[in-house]
Design a protein around this ligand. Structure first.
Ligand SMILES: [Fe+2]
Length: 201
C-alpha cells in the first residue's frame, strides 16, 4: 500500500490526522465518528496560523472551474481519508456536485452559501441554502445532503476545509445539471498533486 501523503507536513496536521484516525477506529458508525471529531475540527478552523498562504490561493486552471483551487493537505495511502482546502474566489461557484463519502466540511475564511439539492421527479430541487461564516461547519453523511453547490458571498475569497473519507479530488464522482438532473462523471483533481501519484481508492 502507498504511504500516507502529508503534503502539508506539520505537527498540527499530523496531530489532527492522528486524532481523526483514532476517533474513526473507536467509533461504531460514521455519525459517531463525526461527533467525536467535531472538537478537533472546530479547533482547526479556529486556528489562524496552521494553513500557509499557498493553500489559500485560487487556481486559474482548476478542475472545478471558476478559478477554484482544491489544495490537498493530506491523504491516506489507501484512499480512505483526505484533508484539503477549497478556495473559491468572490462571485465564483462550484458545479453542483456530490462527494460519495462522509466527513466534515467547515469554513475558514470569507463567507459562503451552500445550496443543497435533492433528486426530484424532474431535475434537482434546491432544499436548503445555508450561509456559512468562519468557524461554521457541518457533518456530511451521504446520501443525505451529498449533492450541493458552494458559492462565495464575501468580497474576499472564501476558503473551506474538507475532511472526507475518500480521496475526494481523485475519485470519480458526479456533477449535475440542476435544471434537468442530468449527471456527468466528475473528477475535480487537486491543484498541487496529481491523481496518479497514489491510488484513488
Ligand atoms: Fe462539495
Amino acid at each position: 500500500m502507498p504511504a500516507d501523503q502529508y503534503v502539508l507536513d506539520t505537527l498540527v496536521v499530523r496531530r489532527f490526522i492522528d486524532e481523526v484516525r483514532t476517533m474513526i477506529a473507536v467509533a461504531g458508525s460514521p455519525s459517531e465518528a463525526c461527533e467525536r471529531i467535531r472538537p478537533a475540527f472546530a479547533d482547526l478552523l479556529a486556528d489562524p496560523d496552521w494553513l500557509p498562504p499557498a493553500y489559500l490561493e485560487p487556481a486559474p486552471e482548476s478542475g472545478m472551474g471558476g478559478g477554484i483551487g482544491q489544495w490537498l493537505l493530506y491523504r491516506a495511502g489507501d484512499g480512505s481519508l483526505s484533508l484539503f482546502s477549497l478556495v473559491v474566489p468572490p462571485n465564483a461557484e462550484t458545479p453542483v456536485h456530490d462527494h460519495l463519502a462522509w466527513g466534515l466540511v467547515g469554513l475558514y475564511r470569507g463567507t459562503q452559501d451552500e445550496e443543497i439539492y435533492s433528486r426530484a421527479r424532474s431535475g434537482l430541487e434546491l432544499v436548503e441554502r445555508r450561509p456559512l461564516s468562519p468557524g461554521d461547519f457541518y457533518v456530511l453523511i451521504p446520501p443525505r445532503d451529498d449533492i450541493h453547490r458552494v458559492r462565495t458571498t464575501s468580497p474576499e475569497t472564501s476558503v473551506s476545509i474538507h475532511l472526507l473519507t475518500n480521496d475526494t479530488g481523485c475519485v470519480w464522482r458526479h456533477a449535475y445539471d440542476p435544471a434537468t438532473g442530468e449527471e456527468r462523471p466528475f473528477r475535480s483533481g487537486y491543484v498541487n498533486v496529481a491523481c496518479d501519484e497514489a491510488p484513488s481508492g
